[in-house]
Design a protein around this ligand. Structure first.
Ligand SMILES: [Zn+2]
Length: 282
């Protein structure tokens, strides 16, 4: 079995490439367990997600996917709280045994330098896939792995992050690749995949706009600070051709797991524009 590592890695890579290609071809889908169970490799079904956080199909030697459950606003957010002092994202072990077979499987992905797919919960049972992600660190004392969420992060060793500029760069990449993707997915879900102004329903033409700009106080990438806008209306919003008036509204529930604030268009000469979205339901 001396050739196992080489053969293993080639096949493992092929499965991952096939899974990522398959995900690429499904834009706009709500990714849930049922959907992720439809992936096939070599004519065989290979579920990409299970109830376990770390997923290693039986005929692979390394983990193929990892999963983080959705956390409602106000709860602990593992993906937001999981940035280490080096700016890299962390992913917790399963349980407290470093040698649990799931942890061993994810460690194997690190040893073979294999990409994994990360499913991040954006609503109950709904996931945003982040890929490719690499395992670049393993800390049995803290019971967590270190993730590179971008090819550029792979070029930086977590142990080599000793200056503030490198740390700031690594953290910025983590936020762009992870938090902004999750923000977009959550906002589009909250607005049912439509532009809040014209109701255009083509997700590839929609952006998640920040109501308060990113980097400003209260400008966080969270749903109450988001608007689903088509490219044209996003540009109009950024150019201040249309604006948003926000009114605090404690009862502004638009479904049972998210809260938002009332918002309405405050557009000079644009009275015909009717805002739609979560604030209509309150
Ligand atoms: Zn629009």
């Amino acid at each position: 079995m001396l050739t196992v590592v080489t053969d293993d890695r080639a096949r493992e890579l092929d499965v991952r490439q096939a899974a990522m290609d398959w995900l690429d071809q499904q834009p706009g889908e709500h990714i849930d367990y049922a959907w992720a169970a439809k992936f096939e490799y070599g004519g065989q079904r290979m579920a990409l997600m299970t109830q376990q956080g770390i997923r290693k199909p039986a005929n692979l030697s390394a983990a193929l996917t990892i999963r983080t459950a959705y956390t409602p606003p106000g709860g602990d957010r593992p993906y937001e709280d999981g940035i280490g002092p080096d700016g890299f994202q962390r992913y917790k072990y399963r349980g407290t045994d470093p040698n649990h077979h799931d942890n061993v499987a994810l460690r194997r992905a690190k040893e073979l330098n294999l990409p994994v797919i990360w499913f991040v919960g954006v609503a109950p049972g709904v996931y945003e896939p982040i890929y490719p992600v690499w395992i670049v660190g393993d800390d049995p004392h803290a019971l967590e792995f270190t993730l590179a969420v971008d090819a550029s992060q792979r070029l930086i060793s977590p142990a080599a992050v000793t200056d503030v500029d490198t740390r700031a760069y690594v953290e910025r990449v983590t936020k762009q690749r992870l938090h902004q993707r999750v923000f977009r997915s959550q906002v589009l879900l909250a607005y049912e995949g439509k532009c809040a102004i014209c109701r255009l329903k083509h997700v590839e033409l929609l952006d998640a706009a920040h109501i308060i700009a990113d980097g400003q106080p209260h400008g966080e990438p969270v749903v109450p600070n988001g608007l689903s806008l088509c490219k044209i209306h996003h540009a109009a919003f950024d150019s201040k051709l249309v604006g948003i008036t926000r009114v605090e509204c404690g009862s502004g529930r638009y479904n049972d797991h998210l809260r938002t604030r009332r918002a309405r268009i405050n557009a000079e000469g644009a009275d015909h524009l009717a805002m739609t979205g979560p604030f209509d339901a309150s």
